[in-house]
Design a protein around this ligand. Structure first.
Ligand SMILES: [Zn+2]
Length: 499
């Protein structure tokens, strides 16, 4: 049995002014071809790693094509996408020339938007389908934040999304796809899918799968998965910072050769979620309220998730409201992870460790990110940015924050970086000599992924609404392309029952 595998992963913010180029794919998580994939990803927590591990378990030949991942950012340049797609299809063709292929495993994010193509993932799947024809299976393992469309469900054989946020089950989902593709080829399993789209905004703070209210949603999904005839249930909470027609949460039910069971089950689960829509929505705290509440509880370190400037969602990572507030309140043992500002890093490099720099930090990408903050700070450490992840999300994989500096003014420390990778854990700070566990206040430019590594030592955690382009006050997004009215924007908050 020979299965081709690969993927082009990107979560695209149509609100970000940073275009996504081929260099981003090459420099972010990297662009891997053929055998390089097999050497890099076995055992790692990415779906392609799970495909490789699954192939080993089942003894089939995995034919690696091309795999690449750019950090979330703005629209993908059309020429970049066209080049990646063309190379992928060329490699697929070469793989077929070397011997017959039985199917394809695709590692795609599910919220990819390209210049002129609103449903990037749907387009990619349909091009692979066009090449391999209607009979052979294509399985896709998207992120929990995909904006799913009817096109994908029509073109793929089965879609199996992540079950966790933070995403700690990517390898597991990859293996699940490998298990299912073997059953399709050998045991005559025939997946059929039903998509149920949900017209509401799902607050990030209500999506953490080990906590309520999200845990209940996933428990329900797993209960359905144990029913006869059901192969898989995907809950996708959507990615609201993409202004595309099919933005929003959805359910995908995969059943074995029974379309009416898939439809009925998707309807049952989808309407259960819709009836409880008030539960999945929560206005975030203001920065000051969050600090005050954490102090009142006395639970340190207080962690502020600066989710409106979550670089992991495609923002510039240089918003300043929290830094300014830390300085105004003269907080002690306070840390900002991170501020993207190459100019400040260059100054710090020039001053050297122990030097003092007087400069303006952050707030340079867009006025919405807040004004730059004046600082007179000591350079505590410098780094070229390379490190290894050690937390549950990407343990063992290489990270690179680019040239970076730890600067400190009184009790407030800032890690200034050049690359826009979100702080998944303290691993990079540790390389600079910072002990996150001894801090009182930590601000992370992340929505929830930080939790996998920070939660074990956090005293309290607040998702805060600081001024930045990815506001969680969803009415401000002013979607122009969305095809339905959404709760709680056009459909009023109070219209939903409090259950
Ligand atoms: Zn995600």
């Amino acid at each position: 049995m020979r299965i081709a595998a690969g993927g082009v992963l990107h979560e695209t913010s149509t609100y970000s002014s940073l275009p996504t180029t081929l260099d981003d794919f090459i420099n972010d998580r990297g662009l891997y071809r053929g055998q390089e994939i097999m050497e890099t990803f076995p055992g790692s927590n990415v779906c392609i790693g799970g495909f490789i591990d699954g192939a080993k378990k089942h003894g089939f030949e995995l034919v690696p094509l091309l795999w690449t991942f750019a950090f979330p950012s703005g629209l993908i340049e059309r020429k970049t996408y066209d080049a990646l797609l063309e190379e992928f299809l060329q490699r697929l063709k070469e793989a077929e020339q070397a011997g017959p292929l039985d199917g394809v495993l695709l590692d795609l994010h599910g919220a990819m938007v390209i210049e002129g193509i609103e449903d990037g993932d749907g387009h990619f799947i349909s091009k692979v389908r066009e090449y391999i024809g209607p009979d052979r299976p294509i399985l896709v393992t998207p992120d929990l934040h995909g904006n799913h469309t009817p096109l994908r469900v029509q073109e793929a054989t089965a879609i199996l999304g992540y079950d966790t946020y933070p995403h700690i089950d990517m390898n597991e989902r990859g293996q699940e796809a490998a298990d299912l593709i073997v059953r399709i080829i050998q045991d005559d399993v025939k997946p059929v899918m039903s998509l149920y789209q949900l017209p509401f905004f799902w607050s990030t703070a209500c999506q953490v799968t080990v906590h309520q209210p999200m845990k209940e949603v996933m428990d329900y999904a797993h209960e359905i998965e144990s029913r006869p005839g059901i192969l898989s249930v995907t809950v996708s909470t959507g990615f609201p910072w993409a202004d595309v027609p099919d933005v929003g949460p959805s359910i995908i039910v995969v059943a074995d050769n029974d379309q009416s069971l898939a439809d009925k089950t998707a309807e049952e689960f989808g309407s259960w979620i819709w009836e409880r829509r008030r539960r999945w929505y929560q206005l975030p705290f203001s920065v000051k309220d969050a600090i005050k509440q954490g102090q009142d509880m006395g639970k340190y370190p207080i962690i502020l998730a600066d989710h409106a400037d979550n670089t992991g969602g495609g923002t510039a990572g240089d918003s300043t409201e929290i830094l300014q507030t830390f300085l105004d309140q003269k907080l002690d043992k306070a840390l900002i992870l991170y501020i993207v500002d190459p100019e400040v890093v260059a100054l710090a490099q020039k001053a050297g460790v122990g030097g003092v720099i007087e400069t303006e930090v952050g707030g340079k990408s867009h006025p919405t990110q807040g004004p730059p903050v004046k600082m007179k700070a000591e350079v505590k450490a410098l780094s070229e940015g390379k490190f290894k992840y050690d937390g549950p999300m990407y343990a063992g994989l290489a990270g690179n924050m680019g040239p970076s500096a730890w600067i400190q003014q009184d009790g407030v420390s800032v890690v200034v970086v050049t690359a826009r990778e979100q702080p998944f854990g303290p691993a990079f700070s540790k390389t600079l000599g910072i002990d996150c566990e001894s801090m009182n206040y930590i601000s992370v430019k992340s929505s929830a992924h930080f939790r996998a590594s920070f939660e074990p030592f956090a005293g309290s955690i607040f998702n805060v609404e600081a001024k930045a382009i990815h506001t969680h006050d969803f009415a401000k997004l002013n979607h122009q392309h969305r095809k339905q009215d959404f709760y709680p924007v056009e459909i009023p908050y109070d219209s939903a029952p409090d259950i």
